[in-house]
Structures are given as C-alpha cells and as structure tokens.
Design a protein around this ligand. Structure first.
Ligand code: P5A
Length: 447
C-alpha cells in the first residue's frame, strides 16, 4: 500500500477525553473513530489488525475442533423468555420493536440462539459432542462505556458453545477451549493468565477469566508469579489426547479475580516473594454451566439406550475488539504502538525520504515489490511530508520493521533498517541485492 493513496488519518495531538494510552494511540494512529458513546468505526489500519486477530483466533479454534458458523446480531425476544433471561438481563440489553410490533434485541451473547439451533437440528447422541463458534458483533448497553474499545457498547466477540452428553465429556470440551485460549493469546504476543472467576449473568459453577496484567486494567487480580513464565506453545498439542495433565499445570497455582479471591488461602499457598497482586484486563472468559440453558429450552437428544438425555453446555468468549486495546496497553512506548509481528497491520514500512528523486523512488519500488513477492505486507510512505514527520508517523503506527531510503545513503550504496521494538538500526548495502533475504534474516534475529 502506498501511503499517498491510503486512508490513514493520524492525529498529531492526543485527543482530549481519551483516558488510557491504548485509547489515545488508537485514535492518534487512525485505527478507530468514535461514532457514538462506546460505538466505533474501524478505519483501514484498525480493520487490518482486527482481521489478523480474527484469523489467529479462527485458526486456533479450528485446531481445537470447534466449527464455525455465523449467527445474526438481531435475535427474537421469545428465546430469551424461554431461558428465563429476558427480564434478568435488564437495561444492558438493547431491545428493539419492529414494524409489526415484534420484540427483538441486539444480541449481548448467544447461548439461547445456539441452543435453539442445536435443539432443532440434533436428535441423536451420535451427533455429540460438538463445539460451534462464531465471530460476531455484540451489543451491551453498558452504563459507563469507557477506555475506547476496551469497554464498548458494540464490540466484536468470538463466542463458542459446546454440547456434550455428560458432565465428564463437557469437562473435556472445556479443557480444549482452555488450552486453545492459552495458545491463541500467546500467538497474539500476550501473556494471558487463566484465573478462577465468577460466572455472573452467564451462570454455572466452573469458570476462568484470561487476564492480561496492566495498570489500566479494570479488575484487581491475584496470582502466583510462576504463571507469568509459562508457555503453551512449547509443546505440540493433540487435542484428542487427555489434556488433564496440562490443565493441572496451569490450574495448580493460585490465580483468582477479585470476586473469587481468598486472601487467607493466597497467604497460605503462595510465598510472599511469589505473590502478584495487580490490575488486569479480561480478554477471555469461559464457562461450564451444565444444563442451565438446555433444560429450560429442552435441548435433548436420544441416548444409546433410547432414553432422552439433556445436554451439558459451556460457552467460551474472547473479546476480539478489546484485544486491540489490550495488545497496545501491553506493547507501546512514548513514540507509539509496537505491534507484535503476528498482528501488525503491515509487516514493513518503507520510508522514502525524497519522493521525486529518481534513484530513491526506484530503490523504494524495488523493495516494495520484492517484499510483496515474498508475501510481506508493506506500507510505502511516498508522501511529501518532511522526514521528521515521516519518522514520527512510522513509529506511531508501530510496524515491526522500517526501511529508510534516501538519496544520501544511496550515494554510498546504503539503506537503513530499523526495528520498531528495539530501536536498533542497521545499515544494509544495496548491492547485496538479495535484500529481502537479508531483511528476513535480520528480523528473525530480532533486530
Ligand atoms: C462467553 C461467550 C460471555 O458473554 N457468552 C458467550 C459468554 N462471556 S463474557 O465474559 O461476558 O464476554 C466474553 C468476553 O467479551 C469481552 N467483552 C467486552 N469487550 C469489549 N467491550 C465490552 N463491553 C465487553 N464485554 C465483554 C471480554 O473480553 C469478555 O471476556
């Protein structure tokens, strides 16, 4: 993409009213614009990141055996009456009446709708277990939408729902999602800690929140330090294997959200040097709720013995749009965003220091083409802005690698490569012209 032809309205000043750094940077870097309180338009740069996050989530859901479908944003009120949640949900639910006076709502979550679909389509134990998911916009009329996309009213969620024949089987489905979440967040460049959590309006008796530690987080959390050093990507995982040993490794240390925190237990189980008490951002939340929805909505199948079995359910959410904010909170400096490679809107930014200079234009073009040919996405700054402004913008939008090309360097046969993360710069001779291989090597070395 050429910046001169792109749509990337960056702001020089920090907009007033944006309280936390991720919100400020999302506005300044031209990722989102507010349309109404807690409702955002996704500008091209922000949309690219959102789509990259979605792709990683989708890959990991599929690996764990979940199957994608797509449910609508608008749901009929009657299924929520069936489950008994229509009145409970209160003012957070956006209720709509259509021209025929039918009651509809903008879905805040989809337990009811998926249970209806499953109930009406699956009749036999042979079609269980199944975990179905979608990535769809939700609406919750939060009293205090704040911090930009972190607590929005309209927000994008990945929500999965499992249907099993027994509690025992349901626990296995829960474990698959639990491990899949650890892998997902790690691929997004985040250290997410699973913590015992409260089930709130979703219900049930087993639940974990996945928490990113950040000073600007909305909840207070408590855990053992060891959880910060673990990785779920170290080992290859077969989701058909028994996942209990791996679960055990992650759940044996103390980790709890404020609602579930037990100070006495914390003191007893964790040496004071290992205690972490911090603020956190909830990027995922999983629930096992058994027969809560399936019983009320008569979601049952015929078992092997011909008797009807009420299915056991769980639901599993990831805050897709919130993740942009969380990633930025976890990865930025005073100059701007530092995107992890896996979600960066472009892999490389090329800065043309003197558009119009023939040699410079031609070298930029060569890089641009060679990188694209190697499957790397490039943003080429070919605008007339002065160099200082270009450097600032490139740092602000946080692409992992920058290539700086100008007439002076070229006279000496040199371009500069800069890593956004480390700030390290390296000169590269233009005559060693397998330049992309050179960049790839440098990037892998963590330049
Ligand atoms: C699980 C999936 C549920 O709704 N039903 C379907 C269950 N869980 S949850 O915890 O309420 O939400 C799941 C995740 O969505 C994100 N989230 C939000 N993101 C932005 N703005 C909001 N107002 C908002 N509310 C929830 C969180 O990441 C949460 O973990």
């Amino acid at each position: 993409m050429r910046l001169s032809q792109f749509f990337m309205p960056v702001l020089k000043e920090t907009p007033s009213g944006a309280e936390i750094v991720s919100h400020q940077l999302m506005l300044r870097a031209g990722l989102v614009r507010q349309s109404a309180a807690g409702i955002y338009s996704w500008l091209p740069l922000g949309l690219r990141v959102l789509q990259k996050i979605e792709a990683i989530i989708r890959e990991e859901q599929n690996k764990a055996g979940a199957i994608e479908l797509l449910m609508p944003t608008i749901q009929p009120a009657e299924i929520w009456r069936e489950s008994g949640r229509y009145d409970d949900y209160g003012k957070e639910m956006l209720r709509i009446t259509d021209r025929h006076d039918r009651e509809l709502l903008y879905g805040p979550t989809n337990e009811e709708l998926i249970t209806q679909i499953f109930r009406d389509s699956v009749k036999s134990y042979k079609d269980c277990p199944r975990t179905l998911y979608h990535i769809q916009w939700k609406f919750r009329d939060e009293i205090r939408p704040r911090f930009g996309v972190m607590r929005g009213r309209e927000f994008l969620m990945k929500d999965a729902y499992s249907f099993d024949l027994s509690k025992e089987e349901a626990r296995k489905s829960y474990q698959k999602m639990f491990i899949s979440y650890l892998r997902t967040f790690e691929r997004l460049g985040l250290k997410a800690i699973p913590m015992q959590a409260d089930t709130g309006p979703i219900g049930g008796d087993l639940s974990h929140e996945f928490i990113i530690l950040a000073d600007t987080g909305e909840s207070e959390v408590f855990c053992h330090k060891a959880l910060l050093e673990k990785s779920a990507l170290d080992t290859t995982i077969d989701f058909d294997d028994d996942l209990s040993p791996m679960m055990e490794q992650w759940t044996s240390h103390y980790a709890a959200t404020e609602e579930m925190h037990d100070a006495t237990r914390f003191e007893k189980e964790v040496a004071s040097a290992d205690q972490i008490s911090a603020r956190g951002i909830e990027v995922g939340h999983i629930f096992y709720f058994g027969e809560k929805y399936t019983k009320a909505m008569k979601c049952e199948v015929q078992g092997p013995d011909g008797k009807l079995v009420t299915l056991h359910g769980g639901s599993y959410g990831i805050g897709v749009s919130r993740l942009l904010g969380a990633i930025i909170e976890a990865s930025h400096d005073e100059d701007g965003i530092i995107w992890p490679n896996s979600v960066a809107p472009f892999d490389v930014g090329i800065i043309n220091l003197k558009p119009g200079d023939e040699a410079t234009d031609s070298m930029c073009q060569q890089f641009y083409k060679a990188l694209q040919d190697h499957g790397l996405d490039c943003l080429l700054d070919d605008t007339k802005e002065r160099p200082g402004g270009k450097f600032k913008t490139m740092d602000l939008i946080g692409l992992p690698t920058q290539i700086i090309v100008g007439p002076k360097g070229l006279k000496n046969g040199i371009v500069e490569i800069k890593s956004r993360k480390t700030g390290m710069r390296q000169e590269l001779e233009t005559k060693e012209l397998d330049i992309v291989t050179a960049i790839t090597a440098l990037t892998n070395k963590g330049l």
